[in-house]
Design a protein around this ligand. Structure first.
Ligand SMILES: CC(C)(COP(=O)(O)OP(=O)(O)OC[C@H]1O[C@@H](n2cnc3c(N)ncnc32)[C@H](O)[C@@H]1OP(=O)(O)O)[C@@H](O)C(=O)NCCC(=O)NCCS
Length: 117
């Protein structure tokens, strides 16, 4: 299930975000976390599977759009549909907005939306 980020999840969230190709450097990753914590228009969610937190998805919100900035799943839990489930959950949560990818999430987003057409 999708859960909203809170500070007690910071380490696990950073660990998951670091699977994004552009978040490999600690400095970039720290700046990314700070931007989610500081900017109300950026929201971070985690995916809980039983007792484990295994995925992360981050969005940038405007009045009409929800852009997927980050999406990552713990490698031990990949190819089980969790990435797809996170996209579906965020799309439902922001059903009043157009959900769209950024360059960093485009490939997976396109794959998922192509398959559900
Ligand atoms: C992308 C990611 C979140 C998918 O999570 P997941 O839980 O494995 O996703 P699902 O199980 O719902 O879907 C798996 C499918 O997505 C495909 N996929 C994985 N990464 C992909 C990518 N970067 N672009 C396109 N498709 C991708 C898999 O090959 C698999 O395809 P198949 O069903 O035809 O075998 C995960 O691979 C990940 O954390 N990658 C590293 C972070 C990253 O690069 N994020 C940006 C992605 S654009």
């Amino acid at each position: 299930m999708l859960i909203r980020y809170k500070k007690s999840f910071k380490k696990i969230a950073m660990g998951l975000l670091s699977y994004m190709p552009r978040e490999k450097e600690l400095r970039t990753l720290t700046e990314t976390m700070e931007s989610y914590e500081a900017d109300d228009n950026k929201q971070l969610f985690l995916w809980r599977e039983d007792e484990d937190i295994v995925g992360v998805i981050g969005v940038a919100l405007s009045d009409t759009r929800a852009e997927i900035l980050h999406i990552a799943v713990n490698p031990s839990f990949r190819d089980e549909g969790i990435g797809t489930e996170m996209l579906i959950a965020v799309t439902k949560l922001f059903s009043d907005r157009t959900v769209a990818p950024t360059e960093a999430t485009n490939r997976f987003f396109e794959k998922c939306t192509k398959e559900s057409r």
